[in-house]
Design a protein around this ligand. Sequence first.
Ligand code: KIV
Ligand code: ZN
Length: 391
Amino acid sequence: MDTGRDPNRVVIFDTTMRDGEQSPGASMNLEEKKRIAAVLEEMGVDVIEAGFPIASNGDFEAVREIAKLVKTSSVAGLSRAAKKDIDRAWEALQGAAAPRIHTFISTSPLHMKFKLQMEPEAVHQAIIDSVSYARKLCGDVEWSAEDASRTEHDFLCRCVETAIKCGAGTINIPDTVGYAVPDEFASLIRMLFDRVPNIDKAIISVHCHNDLGLAVANSLAAVGAGARQVECTVNGLGERAGNAALEEIVMALRTRQNAMPYKTGIHTEVITRASRLVSTVTGFPVQPNKAIVGANAFAHESGIHQDGMLKHAGTYEIMTPESVGLSRSTLVMGKHSGRHAFKSKLKELGFELGDNAVEEAFRRFKDLADKKKDVFDEDIVALVDDQVVRS
Ligand code: KIV
Ligand code: ZN
């Protein structure tokens, strides 16, 4: 292990273009992937998983082009535990400044018996063969124990120990089916640190799916237990219910430093742009109440909240909109808005009305807001203009 490494630095591994693309209907073409890769690099993502080169010629091409394009992030290509997969991944990664081969095999009883139809000994041998082979080609190899959270502990320890011995510098512990809960997942990571010899030679990574809505919570619990790489996707895109959302992991670590003293290398101001790009390219809209990047994440409608915000933004915001690349918070004008916010909106729209006129306009605004879900700036302008003409 690099002993110069900051022990509290969390590596951000983005898999938007690999696991994210496995969202049914979320496919991206080469040009779109190149644009996403450029934004991820600008954002300071440490490792960009660009695809699964053996899966299709399109994936191969995407990994190859992104490997040539990206200069400051590592670029990873996924492969199963098979020489032909590893060769294809390595071929695609040839132009990369910092290539990583990411090879995986399932280790849970269910997956070994029904999916792989392999005995545990054969899986163990496949780990030796695949990691050693990948390591001969590439200095940076990551090994994943697919379905690790449902793997028998003795076997998981043995496989992790073997992968480290064979040269894997990153060991990924996926919660492939989003089955884990935070305390249990943290215990699993601690168990590995307690039992696997030489575990400090590798970085322990986690890769959590969101089937129970716990992907981010499980990832953060694992970081608390010693994991130092988190695999995630922009907007939480990914197979089934998705993966841990990059923006949520990064902003939780940034905002709650006192509770979680870890840091990432992410330039958080690029988050909103990355989110919008991924949403546009995939056609997957971001739900309005989505943490960090939803349209309502920095919007306030209640009169009490708007009044508080106008006095001090800290009353109802735990992070600034600027920190994620938005220019400002929004006070949404609706039936819950109060006088304070309304007056501030009038000022913003360029109106300077006397007290009586403001009262009259506020009364008419409230009548309108009762009938109309959203009251836009144009509605308020029309309402005041009409009032001025009538008076
Ligand atoms: O969810 C999973 O286990 C994966 C592996 C291939 C890392 O995506
Ligand atoms: Zn996955």
